[in-house]
Design a protein around this ligand. Structure first.
Ligand code: PHE
Length: 383
C-alpha cells in the first residue's frame, strides 16, 4: 500500500511538472528548472513573414543554447504570443506573459507601434523588454527596462538620404508614408530632415492610412513633381502596392525604402515595379563576418532558406538577453536590465552590439539593391 502511494505520488509530481512545463499550473507548483522568456511577434496577419522569421531565428538559438546546458544551469523556454501587428494585442500579450506566465524577460515586439504599446506595461512591471527590430526612436524612451538589438530610424533615414544624394546624385525626393504608423512616420521625417540638410529638396510629401489600397491621388501629385527618388518607409504589404501603382502612374523615380522592405514578398509581389530599388537593412546575407557566416549556414540547414534581417536580429536579441542573464547571474528583472545596459562589444550576426546610454545599439547599416528579384548587397554605412 505504502509503496503504491509513493509510486502514485511520484507520478503526480511528474504530471504536475509536465503541466508546469506547459504553463498550465499556477502558484504552488514546484519551480521547474527552466528560464521562461516571452516572445511577442506578428506570427499571423499582414506581415506574418516578419513574425515567422523572428521565431525561426530565436528557435535556432535556443536549441543551440539548451543543447549546451542552457543558462545558469537551466533550460530556456520561449513562450510565444502572436500580436498580429496590432498594438492592442501586444499590450494584452505583454500583460499575459508577465502576470500569467511569469516570464523573466520579453523579446519583442517586432514593429515599433506594437512595441510602443507593450513597453509601458513591461516598464511599470519591472520586466526587461528587448525588441529585436523596433527602430522608432521613442521605443527605448519609454524607460530603462526597454532596449533593442537594432539601429534607430534617425540613423536609418540619414543613411538613405546620404545614399540618395551622394551615390545616386538625387536632387529631389518624394516621400509617401503611413501617417498612423510610428515607424513609417518617424522614418519619413528622419529622411526628410537629412535629405534637406544635405542640400536636397523634398518636392512631394504624401500620407495614407493603414489598410489603404488605392494611392492614385497621392501618386498623381508625386508624378507632377517628377522627383529623382521616391522614399517609401513602410512594410512589404504596403510598399509593393504603392510601388506598382506608382509605376502605373508613370513615376520613373528610383524607389528607396527602409528595413521594412526586407521580406521575400517585396520582390515576389512587387515584381518589376521594385526592380532596381534600394533599401537600408540591418545585415546582408552576403556578410563575411564569421558570426554571420555560422548563423547563415545553421539557418539554411534548419529551414532550407537564407535568413533575413528579422531572423538575424531575433537571434541577436536572444544573444543579448542570454548574455545579460548570464552576467547578471540571476533572473531578477532589475539585475537583467542592468546587465543589458552594460552590453559591450557583444559579437552578433548584425555586427558588434554596444548599448549606448539610451539602450540603443550603435552599428552600421547595409544597403540592399533589388536586382532580378534578388537582394544584392550594395554597401555598408557606418554611424
Ligand atoms: N523597423 C521596423 C519597425 O520598427 C520593423 C522591421 C525591422 C521590419 C526589420 C522589417 C525588418 O516597425
Amino acid at each position: 500500500m505504502k509503496r503504491r502511494f509513493i509510486a502514485f505520488a511520484a507520478l503526480t509530481v511528474l504530471a504536475v511538472g509536465a503541466l508546469a512545463g506547459s504553463g498550465c499550473v499556477g502558484a504552488g507548483a514546484k519551480a521547474p528548472a527552466e528560464i521562461k522568456i516571452g516572445v511577442i511577434a506578428p506570427l499571423t496577419g499582414n506581415i506574418a513573414s516578419f513574425g515567422q522569421s523572428t521565431k525561426n531565428g530565436l528557435d535556432l538559438l535556443v536549441k543551440d543554447v539548451n543543447s549546451k546546458g542552457g543558462i545558469l544551469g537551466k533550460q530556456v523556454r520561449l513562450i510565444y504570443e502572436d500580436d498580429r501587428n496590432d498594438p492592442v494585442e501586444t499590450a494584452n500579450a505583454t500583460r499575459k506573459l508577465i502576470t500569467q506566465d511569469k516570464v523573466v524577460a520579453i523579446i519583442g515586439s517586432v514593429t515599433s507601434k506594437c512595441t510602443l504599446a507593450g513597453a509601458p506595461i513591461a516598464q511599470s512591471s519591472g520586466v526587461p523588454m528587448l525588441s529585436p527590430t523596433s527602430t522608432n526612436e521613442n521605443v527605448t524612451k519609454v524607460g530603462d527596462f526597454i532596449s533593442r538589438a537594432c539601429f534607430i530610424d534617425p540613423f536609418q533615414g540619414t543613411v538613405m538620404a546620404k545614399f540618395a544624394t551622394e551615390t545616386l546624385k538625387a536632387k529631389t525626393a518624394g516621400v509617401i508614408f503611413d501617417i498612423g504608423n510610428d515607424y513609417s512616420k518617424g522614418l519619413a521625417e528622419a529622411f526628410k530632415l537629412a535629405f534637406e540638410q544635405l542640400g536636397g529638396q523634398v518636392v512631394a510629401w504624401e500620407t495614407y492610412a493603414e489598410g489603404d489600397q488605392v494611392f492614385s491621388a497621392q501618386l498623381t501629385r508625386v508624378r507632377s513633381k517628377q522627383p529623382d527618388v521616391l522614399f517609401q518607409p513602410d512594410y512589404y504589404h504596403a510598399v509593393t502596392l504603392i510601388s506598382k501603382q506608382a509605376r502605373q502612374a508613370g513615376i520613373t523615380a528610383t524607389f528607396l525604402g527602409g528595413d521594412g522592405w526586407d521580406a521575400p514578398e517585396t520582390a515576389a509581389i512587387g515584381g518589376a515595379a521594385v526592380e532596381g530599388a534600394f533599401f537600408a537593412n540591418h545585415y546582408s546575407p552576403d556578410s563575411t563576418d564569421p558570426v554571420a557566416v555560422a548563423f547563415i549556414s545553421a539557418y539554411k540547414a534548419a529551414y532550407g532558406s537564407v535568413p533575413d534581417a528579422l531572423a538575424a536580429l531575433a537571434y541577436d536579441a536572444g544573444l543579448v538577453m542570454f548574455d545579460a542573464i548570464k552576467r547578471a547571474g540571476s533572473t531578477d528583472g532589475k539585475a537583467i536590465k542592468d546587465a543589458v545596459i552594460a552590453t559591450r562589444n557583444l559579437r552578433a550576426v548584425s555586427g558588434a552590439i554596444n548599448m549606448n546610454a539610451s539602450r540603443d545599439p550603435v552599428k552600421g547599416a547595409a544597403i540592399i539593391k533589388l536586382v532580378g528579384g534578388k537582394q544584392v548587397f550594395a554597401g555598408t554605412v557606418n554611424p
